[in-house]
Design a protein. Structure first.
Length: 171
């Protein structure tokens, strides 16, 4: 088995920093307003970095490496369900869509939280409702993401969570 460096240090730092920042924001939602806001601003900064890095970063961190057509995703899922797993060194086609969904939901949660600090949006219930809905959607997507990592770790017979810690996967 050959181990290959897939996830560079910046991608791994981003990933685990976002985990910590989002978890902190979630846990402090009703208490510790200052910490909740700091976590939200941290999320926004991390997302800004990730969007830029998605265009100029390491190979497997670039959007062009894992954002594929819906047809490619459907074909990948059909093959996977038929027992014909297609291995990908970076994100597989479904995981690529999960990255985008997570980034979008977390971004919207953080942006609507930030909006609530402006006078022009103060007291508007729809902003608060959208903030809470996006945070809840993001949390749901996190659970789906973790389940996908667990399932695909069994399918690929390797610890994918560990690869996001070490940076290495078996090729």
């Amino acid at each position: 088995m050959i181990k290959v460096k897939v996830w560079d240090l910046l991608t791994r730092i981003f990933h685990w920093s976002l985990v910590v920042a989002f978890a902190t924001a979630w846990i402090t939602e009703d208490h510790y307003k200052d910490l909740h806001e700091l976590a939200g601003y941290t999320v926004l900064g991390l997302i800004a970095f990730r969007v830029i890095y998605g265009f100029v970063g390491a190979k497997h961190s670039r959007f062009s490496d894992f954002v594929v057509s819906p047809t490619t995703v459907i074909n990948y899922l059909k093959n996977l369900l038929a027992g014909r797993h297609q291995s990908h060194l970076g994100h597989n086609p479904v995981a690529g869509y999960m990255v985008i969904a997570l980034l979008a939901s977390v971004t919207l949660a953080a942006l609507t939280g930030w909006m609530m600090e402006f006078d022009m949006f103060w007291g508007y219930k729809w902003v608060e409702m959208l903030h809470e809905a996006m945070a809840s959607l993001a949390l749901g997507l996190v659970f789906v993401h973790v389940a996908g990592v667990i399932v695909m770790s069994f399918v690929e017979k390797q610890n994918l969570a560990k690869s996001m810690l070490t940076g290495f996967k078996r090729a």
